[in-house]
Design a binder for this molecule. Structure first.
Ligand SMILES: C[S@@+](CC[C@H](N)C(=O)[O-])C[C@H]1O[C@@H](n2cnc3c(N)ncnc32)[C@H](O)[C@@H]1O
Length: 290
């Protein structure tokens, strides 16, 4: 394992540095270029688009951040595809040091400004790294845990990604949060040709082409320590509310009373424990040990 200082000095030898952001993108495929282009246009109101402040998201995002509780304070976590940093802040609050990586430079620039303005007390505990998760400028066994949220399906070559993660991870876990299920990808693809239901112009190559995950897919990544199905009624509720907002061009997204959302969540937890019915889950939370 390396210290945060050692990682920074190693990055200094491997990367270009711009405004305290390390940049390491030796090559980019067309797929990656399209991903960058899409995410640079797309992230302006990410929190609102995905309703990240709703109970249905907060509950499950808190749940997977608990998977890091066994790590000691000051451990170094690598977050890949950090986006607007929604899951990064709870990790910083727990006292961890985080290498925040994303393939999009402007995403990291905005994240850095956001952290410096709103959470400046943590700014020494973050390294910003523009990099492809499949090719990281980090030493072997230098990281204690890895977090990937809603990003695994954005990789072109999953085997290459896993090989790279195994290389940089010491003995800790890979935590995957809110990865789409095969059911969810098939369900959302039913509406892909409707212009009225599209919120973004252009598209993410990965979102358009990925088939989503079955439980068995995660076994191919490593030893599955924990796996949880997420959202059933909540998934239908989420996409129904989103469809109403888009079709009727509402000014704001609909927020349902907390108590109703809570009831849906309790029902989901029951339904998702019943075999066969539970195959209608929208997302997965997974903890993997290599
Ligand atoms: C759907 S967003 C998820 C962002 C964040 N984790 C969240 O849950 O809000 C996917 C993120 O992965 C990033 N990304 C896509 N391909 C990547 C790659 N090859 N390496 C690293 N990050 C990548 C995108 O720029 C984007 O910020």
């Amino acid at each position: 394992m390396s210290s945060f200082r050692e990682i920074k000095s190693y990055l200094n030898t491997k990367c270009k540095v711009k405004d305290d952001i390390f940049i390491y993108l030796p090559t980019l495929t067309d797929f990656q270029k399209k991903e960058i282009e899409f995410h640079e246009n797309d992230r302006s109101n990410e929190k609102d688009v995905h309703q990240l402040n709703s109970l249905r998201n907060q509950y499950y995002h808190k749940l997977f951040s608990k998977y890091f509780n066994a790590l000691k304070k000051e451990s170094i976590i690598l977050e890949i595809g950090v986006g607007i940093g929604y899951d990064l802040i709870p990790l910083l609050k727990k006292g961890f040091k985080v290498i925040a990586t994303d393939i999009s430079e402007s995403t990291l620039k905005d994240l850095k400004n956001y952290i410096n303005t709103n959470y400046s007390e943590y700014k020494e505990n973050i390294i910003y790294l523009v990099s492809d998760g499949q090719n990281l400028p980090l030493k072997d066994n230098s990281i204690e845990a890895i977090l990937i949220v809603a990003t695994l399906h954005h990789f072109e070559d999953q085997n290459k990604l896993v090989t790279e993660l195994k290389r940089v991870l010491d003995s800790g876990y890979l935590v995957l949060g809110m990865e789409p299920s095969k059911f969810m990808m098939s369900f959302t693809k039913l509406f892909k040709n409707s212009d009225k239901l599209r919120v973004h112009k252009g598209h993410s190559e990965a979102d358009e082409t990925h088939l989503g995950y079955l439980k068995s897919d995660f076994k191919k990544l490593g030893k599955v320590i924990r796996i949880k199905r997420v959202w059933l009624l909540l998934g239908f509720l989420h996409y129904f509310l989103e469809a109403i907002y888009r079709l009727f061009k509402l000014k704001k997204r609909i927020k349902i009373p907390l108590v109703i959302e809570y009831i849906f969540l309790v029902f989901d937890e029951i339904l998702l424990s019943i075999p066969i019915i539970n195959s209608i889950n929208f997302h997965w939370l997974v903890v993997i040990k290599f």
